[in-house]
Design a protein around this ligand. Sequence first.
Ligand code: AMP
Length: 143
Amino acid sequence: MQVSAILKEKGREVVTADPDTPISEIVVTLKDRGIGAVIVAGEGDIPAGILSERDIVRAMPKHGAKLMTMRASDLMTREVVTCTQEHTIDEVMKIMTEGRFRHLPVIEGGKLVGVISIGDAVKRRLGELEAEAGALRSYIASG
Ligand code: AMP
């Protein structure tokens, strides 16, 4: 299965934030939308960065309560790794495992067209494995 099939199933909505959005607002967005990261909008459609709950938690010991008044651009990761709709589930799982992150923006024709999380990938891979096991069981039973 490719990323395009995952996006077809889960939708292409991407939650973004402007670089100057206060962290206090980002925290509310993450909670209300039930997500772990926002894409920080850049010039045109290409992300300027990605900001995950992990960035906020890691900054807490250093900044304390002041953290809430800091901006998305202060904490975001600027070197964003992306994939395309043609990547397979195995490929995106490898990219996320090796990069030690759980979110992958999907870029197509220079535009941001979706986001895949590690949860999306694992869910579909498990579905594939179950289908394969079922097919093997039927094959063995019919033989
Ligand atoms: P996550 O596991 O996605 O919560 O993110 C862990 C760390 O990796 C955080 O510092 C994120 O800003 C960063 N990160 C998340 N996704 C990406 C990505 N696609 N490319 C680069 N860094 C990322």
